[in-house]
Write a protein that binds this ligand. Structure first.
Ligand SMILES: *Cc1c(COP(=O)(O)O)cnc(C)c1O
Length: 446
C-alpha cells in the first residue's frame, strides 16, 4: 500500500469515526465509555468468516456478527438470490395478498420444522418472532374462554429479545431492571444450565414443575431457549429438561414456546436444538440465521392446535402484522439459505468443526482462572473468573487482545465464547482457536 493510500484510508476512517461519535447511539453499549475511550473497528467489507476494516486488516468473526451469519458473510448464492429478487419484486404486503416467495418459503419451513408445526407467521427479527408467540399465546386462551391464563414462565438468565413483551421474559437482571414496573407477568425459574454452579437440570425441573402445578390456571406458556441459554453466558443444559418440560406442559395444558432464534439452523448440531429432545413446541420462534445474515427476517411457527383457536368469527382473528411481513427479498434469501443447507450438507460438515471447538475449549482450562469449559455444536465458552457477570471487565481485555491478533471476539461479560459461522474454513477455525487461547493467556498471565 502506498503512503498516500494509507493516508486516504486514515482520513476516511477518521471521518467515519467522527460522524459515528457525533450521531450514532450504539446498541448494548455504555456510551460514556464508548465516547471517551473506544476506538471502534470500522468495517468495510466481509467475506466468509472474516470482516475487513477500512485499513484492509482482517478479523475472524468469532460470533458470526451477533449470531446471524451462519453461512459466513456474503455467501455468493445468497448475494445472487438477493440481486435476482431485487430486479423483480422488492416488496408487497402480505395482508390477504400473497407471492411465490412467501408461499414457498412457508411450505419449505414446515417441511424442515419439528413435527406438528404447520403454520408460519412472518415478522422481522428475533424479538418480533417472540412477540408474536407471546401475543398468540395470550389470545389463544382469551379465544378459548380462559382469559386468566396470561402469565409466562421463563428461565433465570433467559434472553428473548428487546420488545416489551420479549423483555418481560428476559431473566438477565441488568437488562430487565429499568422496566420492572412495566413488563408482563412472568415467573422466572432456576436455570437448568449447571455450568454456573446451579443444581443441575433435575432440581431446576422440580422447581419449574412446582410453579406449573400450582399456577397452571393462570399460565399461558412456558418459554425456553432450547439446550443453551445464549446471552446468559452460553449456559448449556441437558435435553432431558426439555423432554420433561414438554410432558409437564401436556399434563397441565400449558403451551410450550421454544425460542430457536439463536439455536436454530444448526447452531447446536441438529437443525433445531429442540429436536435433540424430541420436544414438540406449540410455537417455535426463528430468526438470526434465517436469512444467512443477509437481511432481517423471522418467523413464528405454530401448531394446528394454536392456529385453529383463531378460526371462526372475525373477532377471534389475530390482528397483528408488521409492514415487512413476508418481505419478498427476505423470502428469496431465506429460501436460498434452506437450499444451501440441503445442497452443501451444512450440518454434517459442521460436525468435525464442532468437535474441534469442544476440544480446544476443554484445553483452555489449563490456563489460570479459566473455568467451566462448555460446548455444544458450533459454540464453545469458558468463564474467566469464579464470579462471571455481564458487567465484568476481563472479557473486554480479552476482546482487545484478540482484536490486535485479528479476531472479533465480543465477550458476554467474563464469559469468552466463540459461535463462528458453521462454514468457517478449517484453517480459519484453527487460527481463531489459537487467537482465543493466546488472548486469554495474555490477560490471565499465563
Ligand atoms: C438474539 C435473540 C433474540 C432477539 O433477536 P433480535 O433479532 O435481536 O431481535 C431472541 N431470542 C434469542 C434466544 C436470541 O438469542
Amino acid at each position: 500500500m502506498t503512503t498516500s493510500g494509507t493516508g486516504d484510508a486514515a482520513a476516511r476512517r477518521a471521518a467515519i469515526v467522527r460522524a459515528d461519535k457525533a450521531c450514532v447511539w450504539h446498541p448494548y453499549t455504555p456510551m460514556q465509555r464508548y465516547l471517551d475511550e473506544v476506538d471502534p473497528l470500522v468495517i468495510d467489507r466481509a467475506a466468509g468468516a472474516r470482516l475487513f476494516d477500512v485499513d484492509g486488516r482482517s478479523y475472524l468473526d468469532a460470533n458470526s456478527s451477533w449470531w446471524v451469519a451462519l453461512l459466513g458473510h456474503n455467501h455468493p448464492r445468497l448475494v445472487a438470490a438477493l440481486r435476482a429478487q431485487a430486479g423483480k419484486l422488492c416488496h408487497t404486503s402480505l395482508a390477504g395478498v400473497t407471492h411465490e416467495g412467501a408461499a414457498r418459503l412457508a411450505e419449505e419451513l414446515v417441511a424442515v420444522a419439528p413435527p406438528g408445526l404447520e403454520k408460519v407467521f412472518f415478522s422481522d427479527d428475533g424479538s418480533t418472532a417472540v412477540e408474536v408467540a407471546i401475543k398468540l399465546a395470550v389470545q389463544l386462551w382469551f379465544n378459548e374462554g380462559r382469559p386468566a391464563r396470561k402469565r409466562f414462565v421463563a428461565l433465570d438468565g433467559a434472553f428473548h429479545g428487546e420488545t416489551l413483551g420479549a423483555t418481560s421474559l428476559g431473566g438477565v437482571e441488568v437488562f430487565r431492571r429499568p422496566f420492572a414496573g412495566v413488563v408482563l407477568d412472568c415467573v422466572h425459574v432456576p436455570t437448568p444450565g449447571g455450568a454456573r454452579g446451579g443444581d443441575g437440570h433435575a432440581a431446576a425441573f422440580d422447581a419449574l414443575a412446582e410453579v406449573v402445578r400450582r399456577g397452571a390456571d393462570e399460565i399461558a406458556a412456558v418459554v425456553l431457549e432450547p439446550r443453551v441459554q445464549g446471552a446468559a453466558g452460553m449456559l448449556v443444559y441437558d435435553a432431558e429438561y426439555l423432554r420433561r418440560t414438554r410432558a409437564l406442559c401436556d399434563d397441565h395444558d400449558v403451551l410450550l414456546i421454544i425460542d430457536e432464534v439463536f439455536t436454530g439452523y444448526g447452531r447446536t448440531g441438529p437443525m433445531w436444538a429442540c429436536e435433540a429432545a424430541g420436544a414438540r413446541p406449540d410455537l417455535l420462534c426463528t430468526a438470526k440465521g434465517f436469512c444467512g445474515g443477509v437481511l432481517p427476517m423471522a418467523a413464528t411457527l405454530a401448531s394446528r392446535r394454536v392456529f385453529d383457536a383463531f378460526l371462526g368469527a372475525p373477532d377471534r382473528a389475530f390482528y397483528y402484522g408488521h409492514s415487512f411481513c413476508g418481505n419478498p427479498l427476505g423470502a428469496a434469501v431465506a429460501r436460498e439459505v434452506l437450499a444451501i443447507y440441503r445442497d452443501e450438507d451444512i450440518l454434517a460438515r459442521a460436525a468435525p468443526k464442532a468437535r474441534r471447538i469442544a476440544d480446544a475449549f476443554e484445553a483452555l482450562c489449563d490456563l489460570p482462572s479459566v473455568v467451566r469449559p462448555r460446548s455444544i455444536g458450533m459454540i464453545g465458552a469458558v468463564d474467566l473468573a469464579a464470579t462471571a457477570s455481564y458487567l465484568g471487565g476481563a472479557g473486554w481485555r480479552v476482546y482487545e487482545e484478540a482484536r490486535r491478533r485479528g479476531a472479533y471476539l465480543r465477550p458476554l461479560g467474563d464469559t469468552v465464547y466463540v459461535a463462528p459461522p458453521l462454514t468457517i474454513p478449517d484453517a480459519d477455525l484453527e487460527e481463531l482457536l489459537a487467537i482465543v487461547r493466546a488472548s486469554i493467556a495474555a490477560v490471565v498471565g499465563a
